[in-house]
Design a protein around this ligand. Sequence first.
Ligand SMILES: [Zn+2]
Length: 243
Amino acid sequence: MMKRCWAEILGGCSHKISREHYIGRELLQKVKTHGLHDDLEGHELPATSLKAHILCENHNSQLSDTDQEAINLHEGLLRWFENEEDVRKGNGFWTPTCININGALFSRWLCKFHCNLSTLKGIIPAEHYVRSAFGEKTDPEPRFYVRLHPGDSISYERRIWYSDHIIGRSKSDENVLFHVYFMGLDFLVSPFALTDAIKSMLAEITGSQFYLGYWMEKPRKFVWKQGDIQTKSFVFDWESDGA
Ligand SMILES: [Zn+2]
């Protein structure tokens, strides 16, 4: 059977389908990945399942920069939390850190991941996610929510955790929702605005209160203070061109 590329609506597919893993090869080499929690739906990634066969080589290569921004985020978080445990034990202060993330580039990575997971689940990804993965401006825009819960950073170690759900199906075929943890930072890609009704539905699906936290749509900055001193900050530039 001929394998297909989820970006084929853009044209310019190469004949060869990429053997890239849907997390991204370089990112996968840097982190451990895992499904979310034992009690939630998640996916453990066997080390050998490195071939997704869902994107052609040409389109895959056009998305390699987006992997780099996910790696930047991960490495930034390692710096961010490097002396977290000492501080928690009352030894010393946080290292002043400012992490700047090209939000436009990172959101392209999130779109790519969304399209990868949708395709793996047999759902054709919505066109605005496909186009946004390649840096096109679309209407509507994909939705991204971010939540910070730094207390979890130690237990999540250096892993990326993710989970996905299908919230019913509609003719728009875009209803895969997923979230990805980068240590204490949590990203949700959702076709929906997170109304209270959606949040309760999500809580029902996951069987937990997990989603009922403070999700912010495209926050620009998180600031961490120790006493009165601003020591750590996280800045997302969502407006950059994503190139
Ligand atoms: Zn293609």
